[in-house]
Design a protein around this ligand. Structure first.
Ligand code: CAA
Length: 283
């Protein structure tokens, strides 16, 4: 099946990044959010990213304008009536996602694939509220989307091979590398990344080393671009906690218990970069 028209639901950090890479690859993109100001914020980030590419000589001014023109504003899910693919990147909450998928299932054409960018909610449970679970799939992009090469593609229990292959092809067109994963808690990325981050938080909690030392060990010793505590702040400590809880509940193994220090920071509202304070303080 050929994809041409894509709708992205949610114009936040992930949604706007996904809209940018889709428009760069030549797709017509509707970027949907509930309020115009959220769309404007998203398009503002995209414009800034493209402007940096122009300044660095990677794109011409005309290419930047063409990409921006491929992205139109949508403030109503009803705009999905002509979509071939919808990628949902709304809040990480099962009730919200299920209500969006229910509505999209009613509105989108019968051939349309409904994808979710969820980082850890079960695809099968989201698919179950639709009448087309075979066309529901996970497309998990990494942050920052324009930079990171991976898209983790998650098959729900009912996802067909044809739908998987269409999404895999689409991912190649976005100049990203698809990796096939089945629907289990945390998929692969967060099943491995988050316990590593949680362990780094335990090391801090137990006084094994300072936060700077923990980050330096992983940066300089293992060549990670960011230390685990810096990365936790970048992802958002609330997101880290919620993924650990999903791993703990879904896999039932105490090795996934969230560190009490992580819980304490989240309770304090120290959520990382987005609130100006997490393990580090941001100006
Ligand atoms: N949007 C677009 N481009 C960005 C960007 C953003 N938010 N942040 C950085 N970049 C670009 C910069 O413009 C720069 O490009 P050029 O050099 O070509 O101009 C390039 O990325 C490198 O940036 P910097 O020089 O500013 O900084 P850096 O070398 O430290 O790289 C980084 C920044 C790419 C974020 C790097 O630190 C990194 O890879 N960090 C780890 C990121 C990571 O692990 N992401 C996955 C998080 S987990 C996740 O997303 C899944 C989940 O479910 C939780």
């Amino acid at each position: 099946m050929a994809i041409q028209k894509v709708m992205i639901v949610g114009a936040g950090q992930m949604g706007s990044g996904i809209a940018q890479v889709c428009a760069q690859a030549g797709f017509d993109v509707k970027l949907n959010d509930m309020q115009e100001e959220f769309f404007q914020r998203g398009i503002g980030v995209i414009t800034k990213n493209l402007q940096r590419d122009v300044e660095k000589g990677r794109k011409s001014e005309a290419e930047k304008e063409e990409i921006l023109q491929r992205i139109s504003m949508s403030l109503d899910l009803k705009d999905a009536t002509d979509a071939d693919l919808v990628i949902e990147a709304a809040t990480e909450n099962m009730d919200i996602k299920q209500s969006i998928f229910k509505e999209l299932d009613r509105i989108a054409p019968s051939h349309a694939i409904l994808a979710t960018n969820t980082s850890s909610l079960p695809i099968t449970e989201i698919a179950a509220v639709t009448k087309r679970p075979e066309k529901v799939i996970g497309m998990h992009f990494m942050n920052p989307v324009p930079v990171m090469k991976l898209v983790e593609i998650i098959r729900g229990l009912a996802t067909t091979d044809e739908v998987y292959e269409t999404v895999e092809n689409m991912t190649h067109k976005l100049s990203k590398t698809p990796v096939e994963v089945n629907d289990f808690p945390g998929f692969i990325s967060n099943r491995i990344l988050l316990p590593m981050i949680n362990e780094a938080i335990y090391a801090l909690y137990e006084g094994v080393a300072s936060k700077e030392a923990i980050d330096d060990v992983m940066k300089l010793g293992m060549n990670h671009p960011m230390g685990p505590l810096t990365l936790a702040d970048f992802i958002g400590l609330d997101t880290c906690l919620s993924i650990m809880e999903i791993l703990h509940d879904g896999l039932g193994d105490s090795k996934y218990r969230p560190c009490p220090l992580l819980r304490k920071y989240v309770a304090a509202g120290w959520l990382g970069r987005k609130t100006g304070r997490g393990f580090y303080i941001y100006e």
